[in-house]
Write a protein that binds this ligand. Structure first.
Ligand code: ZN
Length: 358
């Protein structure tokens, strides 16, 4: 038995208002005139209050990151090239936003020190050199991107992360006040990503006590905020932020499962975003996760959320084939969900039937 030795985030600061310590945290990381680069989720483009609190010093660069779509390898290359042309080298890349903005920051920081194109590093342990310093600051909680060892990217031929020991952030800043104003729908879809991480980790065959300890806590916190509390308050933000962190820690040492494997196919073909895509799929996974799906349905009803239906209506055979191939390509996810003999349980016909339900 060989156990995974996984790389974690170097530093974590947690607390309401801790974002204002960013200047002090970054000061020792500054290398001469080389700028700090802030990749700010375009959701905050007109939020002057937040922008004014970003510690822009000297020739620091603020980039409004277009995360209308989940990050593409071409966009990563474009941003890294722009920074090289503008500054030569940078002191660090700081991602402020949801999972996409944080993943973008990880990928760009890697491409500042690694040759070639971002697509060359989609896979496991392909990154050759340490990235420049990087920090992640979530403004939406649930994806676990703040703690993960990957950065999910859509490339010309596949949707796959740069999964490596050089991918986790050097620093994360967990300030619950920053997630306060997230739109309710968005907050729910992203929060459910966390809930689904927990169910898939806890019900998977890769589970161990390390993952279970984090997964159970994260699942409790999700149920607390989306099912049991009478109203959303400051404590809810704090709980959801820690749920995301713990959910991410849980899957770091296990794996996700059926909802993620199927949702990746939707994301690749239709551009469906991760959080809502997982909800669309999980909504129909009673066969695999009966208790989790029952709880999910209660949370959907309680929060008055619409989960889209019929999104694969009218797709061609070739389209279904594409989604099926992307999905079945995620072997570790299927193995975690269904065991070593997963191919005897899940096949193209069965998966097609599932996609047709969505
Ligand atoms: Zn996820």
């Amino acid at each position: 038995m060989k156990f995974r030795n996984f790389k974690m985030v170097d530093y974590v600061v947690y607390g309401r208002g801790c974002f204002d310590q960013l200047d002090e945290i970054l000061a020792p990381q500054r290398k001469g005139d080389a700028p700090m680069v802030y990749l700010l989720d375009h959701y905050f483009e007109t939020n002057n209050e937040l922008k004014a609190r970003i510690p822009i010093r000297g020739n620091d660069i603020l980039v409004i990151a277009d995360v209308t779509h989940e990050p593409k390898t071409s966009y990563v290359d474009e941003l890294a090239q722009m920074l090289k042309d503008k500054a030569g080298t940078v002191s660090g890349v700081i991602g402020i936003g949801g999972g996409s903005a944080m993943d973008l920051a990880k990928a760009v920081s890697i491409m500042m020190t690694n040759p070639g194109k971002a697509q060359d590093y989609q896979g496991w342990d392909l990154v050759k050199h340490p990235s420049v310093y990087k920090a992640g600051i979530p403004t939406l909680s649930g994806t676990g991107a703040e703690v993960s060892r990957t950065t999910v990217l859509t490339g010309p031929t596949r949707k796959l992360g740069m999964n490596s020991d050089f991918t986790p952030f050097n620093q994360i800043v967990l300030d619950p006040a920053l997630i306060k104003d997230a739109p309710a729908n968005q907050r729910f879809y992203t929060g459910m990503d966390c809930f689904i991480h927990c169910v898939e980790s806890l019900k998977g065959t890769f589970i161990n006590e390390f993952s279970r300890s984090y997964g159970e806590k994260a699942q409790d916190l999700c149920e607390e905020v989306f099912l049991h509390k009478s109203e959303w308050n400051d404590e809810s933000d704090e709980q959801l932020m820690m749920a995301s962190f713990a959910g991410g820690m849980s899957i770091a040492y296990s794996q996700v499962g059926v909802a993620h494997a199927v949702s990746y196919g939707l994301g690749y073909l239709l551009g469906t975003k991760h959080g809502i895509g997982n909800c669309i799929v999980f909504n129909h996974l009673e066969e695999y996760y009966p208790e989790g799906v029952a709880t999910f349905h209660k949370m959907v009803a309680r929060n008055n959320i619409y989960i889209p239906e019929g999104i694969t209506k009218g797709l061609s055979d070739a389209d279904f084939e594409t989604m099926i191939n992307v999905s079945l390509g995620m072997a570790p996810l299927w193995e975690n969900a269904l065991g070593k003999d997963w191919q005897s349980i899940m096949n193209k016909e069965k998966l097609r039937a599932l996609y047709e339900k969505l």
